[in-house]
Design a protein around this ligand. Sequence first.
Ligand code: ADP
Ligand code: MG
Length: 583
Amino acid sequence: MSDEKRIGTVEGAFGNLLHVKFSTPIKQGEVAMVRLDELRLKAEVIEINGDTAKIQVYEDTHGISLGTEVEFLGDLLEAELGPGLLSSIFDGLQNPLEDVAEKAGFFLPRGLYLQPLDRQKKWDFVPIAKVGDELQRGDTLGTTQEMRFTHQIMVPFSLYGRYQVEWVQSAGSYTIDQVVARLRDQSGELHEITMVQKWPVKIPLSEGVKVKPEKMMDTGLRIIDTQFPVMKGGTFCSPGPFGAGKTVMQHHLAKYSSVDVVIVVACGERAGEVVEVLREFPHLIDPHTGDTLMTRTAIICNTSSMPVAARESSIYMGITLGEYYRQMGLDVLVLADSTSRWAQALREMSGRLEEIPGEEAFPAYLASRIAEFYERSGVINTKDGKLGSVTIGGAVSPAGGNFEEPVTQATLSVVGAFLGLSRERSDSRRYPAIDPLISWSKYVEQVGHELSKDVHGWSQMVNRADHILREGNEIGRRMEVVGEEGTAIRDLVVYLKSELYDFAYLQQNAFDKEDCYCPLKRQLKLFSFINQVFEKEFSFDTHDEARSFFLGLQNSIKNINFLPFESDEYFKEMGEVEKQLKG
Ligand code: ADP
Ligand code: MG
C-alpha cells in the first residue's frame, strides 16, 4: 500500500450499511475507518460497484451524514496473534475488554480500539531456528512459555515463499514488539520478525496436512461421550428452544472438555451470562490439569447490547484464534453461542444490501457461510510432525424451537454430531436436555473403535442402548393408552430398562460436584454395568415386582453417581448393586 491516504465520502446510510463514493482503487474485505470528528469507527468493505463501495460499520452509526469521510486502510479485518491471548476477554474487533473497562469505565464507548495484546509484558524467548536455516511460514523460530503451553513463535503467515534466517535473538526476555529474528527473502530483502503476527479472520489458515480426526474429545457428559460422541477436530451443534439449557451445556463443555485451549464466543446472548463466565472461570479448576480454567480459555464476547454486525466478526475472530493455537499442535475447542444470532446479523445486512432473499429472508448464501465456518475445524499434521485440532461446537437457537428453520437445517447438513435439546426433556427436568431420540453422531463407530480397547464391543453396546431407548419409548407411549396392567411384563421390563438408562446414566445433575463431571474411566465402568442390566433376562411375577426392582436399582446407581469415583464408599455401593443384579 502507498502512504497516500485513500479517502471516500458517504453518499447514503441504511442502518450500519454505508454507501461510500471513492476514487482510488479499493478491495473487497478491506477495513475502512469512518471519520466522525475525532472518532474513527471501524468498518469493512462488503461490496464494490463501480465507484461506490458498500461498507458495514461495526459500531453504532449515529452522527454519520452525507459527506462524512471514510478512510480505506488496505488491510483485511485481522486478528493480532501472539503470546498473551489466553485468559483474555475480547470483543469481536479484539478490543481487550478489561483494558477498555479500565480506560472507559462500564460503558464501552464507540470508536475506542485498544491493542489486543499487552505491549509492556516481557516473555522469555527461546530461539530454535539457527542462522542459515531455510524456513517457510508457520515454521518455528523460537518458543515462549504462555502459562503451561509452549507458545511457538512462527514465521508469519503473511510471508510467502522461502526465507533464510539471517539473525535470531538470543534467549532472553522481550516484549512482543521487539525483533526476535531477521529473515532474508529470495530477492535479498530483510524482514524483521517479532512475537506477534496478524491473520485475516475470514480466511482459513493452516500449514501442514489436514488429516482425519482420530481421537474422541471427552466432555464428562455421559450422554455425549457414550451415546453421541464428538471427536477432536470434529464438529457438533446443539439446537434447542429458549431455556432448554444450551448455554449451561456450552459452559459445561468449556469447563470439562479434554482439550488444551477453549475459545468461547458469546455472540449476541444475554450480557449477564457472559459476566457469569468471567466471574466463575478464574476460580474453577481444570480437572485435567489442576490449573485454573481461565489459563486455557479466551473469551470473545459480543453481547446483545453491541451492534449486530459485530457478531459476525466475533465468530471469525474466535475461529482464527483457534486456528492459531492449532498450528502449535494443541487441541482447541471453539464454542459459539449462538450461531443463530450471527445468522440474524447476516439476514439484516442482506436486507440492507437488497439481495434476493432466500428462505425466511435469510440470504441465499447462508448455508455456504455456515458450512465454511464449520469447515475450519479439523486436525492438522504440522510440518514438524505435531497434531493440532480445532473442534467446533455451535449452539443454535431457532425461534420456537422449530428445527425445520434454515439455520438449524444448514447446520445439520455439515456437522458430525447433532445434540438436539428438546422442550419436552427440559420441562420434565431431564438434564442435560439432549433428546436421545432425535440426536445423532457420525462418530459412534470410530469412537467405539477407540474405546473397545478398554471395553470390548463398545459400539455394539451403544447401539443396543439406543435400541432399548427407542423400544422403551414406544412401549411407554402405548402404556399411556392401555395402562400398565394392559402391558405384558416383558414389555414393561424393556420400558423400565430404558427409564433406568435415562435416569441413572443419560441424565446428570449439573449442580452436584461429583455428578456434574463424569470422567471417561468412570463412564466405562458404569456403562458396562448398565449393559449387564440390559442383557439380563428378568423373570418377574408381577408388574409391581418389576417396577420396584428397577426403581431400587435406579436410585442406588443415582446415589453412586454422587459419590467420589473409586472412594471406599463407591466400591461398597457398587458391590451392593452388583449383588442386587445377580440376586
Ligand atoms: P438456553 O441457553 O437454551 O436458553 P440456559 O442454558 O440458559 O438455556 O438454561 C436455562 C435454565 O435451565 C438454567 O438457568 C437452569 O436453571 C436450567 N438448566 C439448564 N441446563 C441444566 C442442567 N444441566 N441442570 C440443571 N438445570 C439446568
Ligand atoms: Mg442461552
